[in-house]
Design a protein around this ligand. Structure first.
Ligand code: GTP
Ligand code: MG
Length: 254
């Protein structure tokens, strides 16, 4: 594990999400191949150079012959872990607003804290709403690197699937959509009450997804070239890690 400086040319995948969802555990697993015995809540971002596992082909190598010797050197990428704590999120957001060869974002959620009424659901939806809004607004950004990001793929990794209270990926998706709908309307009400964003332009800027829709759907982000997928797994747990779908998603972005 080391810091990102000097490795900025490698394609990178960013890990973000609320505190305790399993980002550092995932980084350790993908870097070393074994899960961490113990993690501590992160206070600073860390990066690790990772390789696609044997048998996973990067999409940029798709047309190479199976006998091509370059297939033997496994595709490398940089995985960047960020702290989930509310006061430390500027680290994660800085990686989005000032991206270095960013190929995708994995938003890690704890699928066992997303039931209706669980405060984890509101926290998670709040954070995800803000991240999606930054990406939606990137076209107006003054930063060239952000503007240059054409399509942004986001994987919502529904982690901790080993826990019996964990929601399956399909429910993680619909619960987050419903909760983001609430976040979206309470934020716009807040803006109206404060008198900010009264003009149509201002309103549109802060409204996530489709204007006029009552329900938020991840699909609405496609208009802004943000493509969201949700898939489940677990980093830790008694039966061993289940992370195959996440590896496949990464390999398709390299
Ligand atoms: P911050 O650094 O605070 O943002 O949290 P984080 O997202 O890095 O979480 P971390 O990786 O430190 O994991 C938090 C706790 O969840 C640890 O005790 C992990 O062992 C546990 N954990 C992570 N993944 C899983 C999983 O798939 N299943 C179970 N049961 N526990 C997990
Ligand atoms: Mg961490």
């Amino acid at each position: 594990v080391f810091r990102a400086s000097g490795l900025t040319t490698l394609p990178s995948i960013l890990l973000i999400g609320p505190s305790g969802s399993g980002k550092t555990s995932l980084l350790t697993l993908f870097e070393r191949g074994t899960s961490a015995a113990q993690t501590h809540t992160s206070q600073a971002p860390i990066s690790a150079e990772c390789h696609l596992p044997v048998g996973t082909l990067a999409s940029s190598d798709k047309y190479r012959s199976v006998n091509d010797p370059t297939n033997l050197t496994h595709k490398k990428f940089l995985l960047i872990d960020t702290p989930g704590h509310g006061k430390l999120r500027h680290h994660a957001l800085a990686n989005i607003t000032n991206p270095q060869n960013l190929k995708g974002i994995i938003f890690v959620v704890d699928a066992a804290t997303l039931s209706a009424g669980d405060e984890g659901l509101r926290h998670t939806a709040d954070y995800l709403h803000d991240v999606l809004l930054i990406l939606q607004k990137r076209a107006e950004s003054k930063n060239k690197a952000v503007k240059a990001l054409k399509e942004i793929p986001i994987l919502i990794a529904a982690n901790k699937g080993d826990l019996f209270t964990a929601l399956p990926a399909s429910l993680v998706k619909s619960s987050l959509e419903a909760e983001i709908s609430k976040v979206r309307s309470s934020r716009s009400k807040g803006l109206l009450d404060s008198g900010i964003g009264m003009d149509d332009e201002g309103d549109r800027d802060e409204w996530l997804g489709e204007v006029g829709s009552t329900e938020f759907r991840f699909k609405q982000m496609e208009e802004f070239d943000v493509v969201v997928e949700v898939s489940g797994g677990n980093v830790a747990g008694g039966e061993g890690a289940v992370v195959g779908k996440w590896w496949t998603w990464i390999s398709e972005r390299l």
